[in-house]
Design a protein around this ligand. Structure first.
Ligand code: GLU
Length: 459
């Protein structure tokens, strides 16, 4: 469960009230009142839609599958966010993740609100035909509330371009003659998806890390050595040397981030460990990531788990326990699996001074506080994994314009956008004692509050 999202929104709202620049033109009473209505807006979703999809199985049986679509806030534009297929999805989690999308879009100036969907299944237990049927039913049940100008889903945990293609096709047949291309993003390229969308989240994760620990530090190391910021000290301790990187999760986000790190030869980083639901693979000299990517693409997404399989793909590695990846002596740990991976019971074993959240909410609130007090830099989901929704926005635009960008153009637009956000946030972060997550949340909430105030909605 994405447990820390709600409390961080609360913490950020509190910090916002202390921030003198928040609605500074208002008198104390009016300011407090505006704040109270802002808090009410952001701490509650606009709509929670729930349905039990009736799905026929191959066996002839029919099952009811619980499913959700949460529309958190649409101040900045149509609701936007993925649909996850996972057996532990629940309403609270989807509400929290929808709120996270509102803030993520606000932080990166993406003109969308926040939404999220969930279907309570383990997709591995269903046949392709059954999954197709689940996707069609989801659209049938929720078609009234979805649409290119209302609410635009995308892939998330357990879904990908195949599911988005099926869903868009169903949406099109339910609403003949209406615009449909922008109803779903993360579609396959042949079906109107954007080049680069599949890699966008993982590439954005590595770009964020590289920009912060290399480009930004190079420009600002004098300033950072002069100030006494605890996080600045951590950054300087790993700056200007090749980094040892471990990646938890080798799916769409983790494998791409690992490959980016491997291919970024001018920095001489080493990806020393990767993991998935079965195993951690470790090699202190660095792993052959392209060989592992090609192995997983032929083996249902799973990393090699035996000496024979490692030999088969010509990878030298020690085979360790699945969770070992979290506790290694590395410079950077990229968490690209699921939520709540680092929690109060294992946080003391985590050694990495820099942690990047490729997944949404992989660190619980308690663990986050513990690590931040120690000076560990946590590059939060809202900042690091926004590549997916940013390129979703480009996909939506391309669908409108019916004109498509090259892969190079997409990545340039993506990195330019993430750079703008980081150039705003990083000087603030290294200049004050708040963790990066809180800085990002304050910035996003500030943006939303200014707009809501201008629209006359804070009263
Ligand atoms: N599911 C992704 C996220 O959590 C992408 C959402 C989107 O592209 O709309 O950011």
């Amino acid at each position: 469960m994405a447990s820390q999202t709600g409390s961080i929104v609360q913490q950020s709202l509190n910090a916002l009230l202390e921030d003198k620049s928040f609605l500074q033109n208002l008198q104390d009473d009016a300011r407090e009142q505006a704040f109270t209505s802002l808090a009410a807006i952001l701490s509650t979703p606009n709509h929670v839609h729930k349905s039990f999809l009736r799905v026929p199985l191959d066996s002839g049986k029919v099952v009811r599958v619980p499913s959700f679509r949460v529309q958190h806030n649409d101040t900045l534009g149509p609701y936007k966010g993925g649909i996850r297929f996972h057996e532990s999805v629940n309403e609270d989690e989807v509400v929290n993740l929808a709120a996270l999308m509102t803030l993520k879009n606000a932080l990166h100036e993406v003109p969308f609100g926040g939404g999220k969907g969930g279907v309570v299944i383990n997709p591995r237990e269903f046949s392709v035909k059954e999954l197709h049927s689940i996707c069609k039913k989801y659209v049938q049940y929720f078609s009234d509330i979805l649409g290119p100008d209302k609410d635009i889903p995308a892939p998330d945990v357990g879904t990908g371009d195949r599911e988005m293609d099926w869903m868009m096709a169903e949406y099109k047949s339910i609403r003949p003659g209406k615009p449909y291309r922008g109803s779903f993003t993360g579609k396959s390229v042949v079906n109107g998806g954007s080049l680069g969308r599949r890699e966008a989240t993982g590439k954005g994760v590595f770009f964020t890390l590289r920009y912060m620990l290399h480009d930004f530090l190079k420009e600002n190391s004098k300033w950072l050595s002069g100030n006494d910021n605890i996080f600045g000290k951590t950054a300087l301790s790993v700056a200007n040397r090749p980094l040892k990187i471990a990646v938890q999760g080798f799916g769409n986000v983790g494998s791409v981030a690992a490959l980016e790190a491997y291919q970024c030869t001018y920095l001489q980083n080493k990806v020393v460990a990767v993991s998935d639901r079965n195993v951690t693979l470790y090699n202190s000299e660095g792993l052959n990531i392209p060989a592992l990517v090609s192995f997983t693409s032929k083996n249902g997404g799973d990393l090699p788990t035996t000496v024979e399989q490692l030999a088969e793909c010509d990878v030298k590695a020690d085979i360790e326990d699945r969770d070992e990846v979290l506790y290694l002596d590395v410079d950077v740990l990229i968490l690209a699996a699921l939520e709540d991976q680092v929690h109060k019971d294992n946080v003391q074993q985590v050694k990495a001074p820099v942690i990047v959240e490729g997944a949404n909410a992989p660190i619980t609130g308690e663990a986050d506080t513990y690590l931040s007090k120690k000076g560990v830099i946590i590059v939060p989901d809202i900042l690091a994994n926004a590549g997916g929704v940013i390129v979703s926005y480009f996909e939506w635009l391309q669908g409108r314009e019916t004109q498509f960008y090259s892969e190079q153009e997409v990545f340039k637009l993506l990195f330019d956008k993430m750079k703008v956000t980081m150039d705003t946030i990083l000087p603030q972060f290294f200049g004050d004692p708040f963790p990066l997550r809180q800085n990002c949340y304050i910035h996003a909430v500030m943006k939303l509050s200014t707009i809501l105030y201008r629209q006359g909605k804070l009263y």
